[in-house]
Write a protein that binds this ligand. Structure first.
Ligand SMILES: *Cc1c(COP(=O)(O)O)cnc(C)c1O
Length: 224
């Protein structure tokens, strides 16, 4: 039996601790599906392609928070700078500078998460905890007035080994605890974005404050 988007959402929400924010990952899904979630009260949506997010933003109500969860190309930041509320995948200072520049043009501050590589897989983007530490402590970073680093993001290895997933999530939480000690006007690390449909329970048990769920809400994605 397949459940509706609203049934899926309600089922998930009823099991979430209050301190965990749910990002509904709607990539590849039509606006009608997003509207079903919207009508059930969902206001935070995550997309991984800027163009797709821009198109959906134009068609949907304005009280939505749009999160960019995918890898961001610097030359495309300008298309989302006016409205994006959180960029999860920031993994270098050059990108951060571009986000700052584009945010400045719109006279706003854009919240960002530093993506940390916690998985074994080579394919996952992200930086080391050392690189993150270096960025946060750099002079160049302290001069960026139109961005705010509000936390970290990570993706665990795609595996059935729950012990490994747990270890990777624990690493991210530990790195977050370290980075939180850095004091700077443009950072306030309160968010740990980790956990997807297959591993969000483990993520929550190990310190997540923000989960990104796609297929468990909207069903399997169709890429053709
Ligand atoms: C697609 C995606 C998700 C959601 O994946 P599901 O397994 O469908 O929940 C979460 N985070 C990122 C970065 C993604 O690209």
């Amino acid at each position: 039996m397949t459940m509706s988007i609203q049934e899926n959402l309600q089922h998930i929400k009823s099991s979430l601790p209050e301190h965990v924010t749910l990002v509904a990952v709607s990539k590849t899904k039509p606006v009608s599906d997003l509207m079903e979630a919207y009508d059930d009260g969902q206001r935070i949506f995550g997309e991984n392609k800027i163009q797709e997010m821009v198109e959906k933003e134009a068609q949907m109500p304005k009280d939505i928070e749009w999160h960019m969860i995918g890898h961001v190309q610097r030359n495309k930041v300008k298309y989302m700078a006016e409205f994006v509320s959180l960029i999860h995948g920031v993994d270098n200072l050059k990108l951060l500078k571009e986000i700052d520049k584009q945010a400045h043009k719109h006279d706003r501050t854009i919240n960002c998460l530093l993506q940390i590589k916690i998985a074994d897989e080579d394919s996952k983007f992200g930086m080391s905890s050392k690189e993150a530490q270096e960025i946060l402590q750099s002079q160049e970073f302290s001069e960026l007035k139109n961005i705010c680093i509000v936390g970290v993001m990570g993706m665990a290895t795609f595996t059935d080994d729950e012990q490994q997933i747990k270890q990777e999530f624990n690493r991210l939480t530990a790195i977050w605890e370290q980075l939180k000690k850095v004091e700077s006007e443009n950072c306030n690390l309160k968010t740990v974005s980790m956990g997807m449909s297959g591993d969000y329970q483990i993520a929550i048990e190990n310190g997540s404050t923000m989960i990104r769920l796609g297929s468990s809400i909207f069903g399997e994605r169709n890429y053709d």
